[in-house]
Ligand binder design. Structure first.
Ligand code: SF4
Length: 346
């Protein structure tokens, strides 16, 4: 295929067929042109602002057993923790003090946090005037509805891979159908919905990644987080190869080209495998960064994968560090809540 023509088509029409996406993912000769096109589309549709979301990892306990994840329930090497609701609210107040306008509450699938506990947490945090994003896994529609009524604005639930067989092989006991049901319910309830994929899972093909990108369009996702799969030594995938920064950046770029107005985080996993990974992602289509505002040992214990960055830093240090990096590439930290603005070109 004519790769430069495909890049031009993606930049001007924001549509590509599956085989065209695969061709771009497979091509290594025009990567710079692909990433540059995505950067131009990012600028045109969502501007130079970078939205910071303060990430609170409030429990690393999980009832699920995903093969790729260090928090899986069979991993006895993890020291488990749970923050009490008032401790979560306290972290949120501090994060608000650092200037965060959106807070992301993330945990494993931990039944300790009942609907009542979560309602209390969300309700108190909403009093700060921030947008609240939840990233707490698969729940019933009634539970999602209760969190929404309590004030939650957004929900992150990665599909991880749209290859159903791969999904069900890597997520034992979980069903692809239920994952889709969750995403549908969240959309219907009026959340801003974030999803995304792991890049470089064992057995994942470029065609499957192309399907992921088309799936994001199909469900009209508002946020799309993609990051390289990083094998964790305490999981069944310890010996797997893992994803590369090069392919992950290409996926970020294609997501921006095909879904021009969505929010795309430069993920922490990118920076774990490449010391400049988040900045590279910000220059390849991304417009969001999620600095960690969890404090102390908990930062280290939320170990989805090894080598996670910034585990020894304080929230104040992270805020200043990423702010400096953003300014150094001529971008600026956004002052607003950073909701998706559905739009055509600026
Ligand atoms: S990916 Fe999520 S659901 Fe799966 S084991 Fe890890 S924390 Fe639990």
């Amino acid at each position: 295929m004519d790769i430069p023509a495909l890049i031009a088509k993606a930049e001007t029409t924001h549509t590509l067929a599956k085989d065209e996406i695969v061709a771009l993912l497979a091509d290594d000769a025009h990567t710079d042109a692909l990433l540059a096109a995505a950067d131009r589309v990012r600028r045109l549709y969502v501007g130079d602002e970078v939205h910071l979301r303060g990430l609170i990892e409030f429990s690393n306990t999980c009832r699920q057993n995903c093969h790729y994840c260090g928090l899986r329930r069979d991993n006895a090497a993890v020291v488990r923790y749970r923050l009490e609701p008032d401790a979560v609210i306290d972290l949120a107040r501090k994060a608000h003090g650092y200037g965060y306008k959106t807070l992301v509450l993330q945990s494993g699938e931990d039944p300790y946090y009942t609907v009542d506990k979560l309602r209390h947490i969300i309700g108190e945090i909403k009093k700060l005037g921030v947008a609240v994003t939840l990233s707490i896994g698969e729940k019933t529609c009634e539970e999602y509805s209760a969190y929404k009524e309590a004030g939650a604005d957004r929900y992150l639930l990665r599909i991880e891979t749209t290859d159903r067989r791969l999904y069900e092989a890597l997520d034992p006991g979980m069903s692809f159908e239920n994952r889709l049901r969750c995403l549908r319910d969240l959309k219907t309830l009026g959340y801003e919905v974030g999803t995304g994929s792991l890049i470089g899972l064992p057995g994942q093909t470029l065609a499957a990644i192309a399907d992921d990108i088309l799936f994001f369009r199909q469900i009209d996702a508002d946020m799309i987080g993609v990051g390289p799969f990083i094998p964790n030594p305490d999981t069944p995938l310890a010996a797997a190869g893992g994803g590369t920064i090069a392919l992950s950046l290409k996926v970020v770029a294609l997501v921006r080209l095909l879904l021009p107005d969505v929010n795309i985080p430069a993920t922490t996993a990118m920076e774990t495998i490449d010391e400049n990974g988040r900045i590279k992602a910000l220059r390849s289509g991304a417009n969001v960064v999620m600095p960690n505002v969890t404090e102390g040992d908990y930062r280290r214990l939320y170990a989805l994968y090894p080598g996670k960055i910034c585990v020894g830093d304080t929230p104040a240090h992270c805020r200043a560090c990423i702010g400096g990096k953003i300014a150094a590439i001529g971008r600026r930290v956004a002052a607003g809540h950073g909701f998706r603005q559905k739009r055509t070109a600026r």
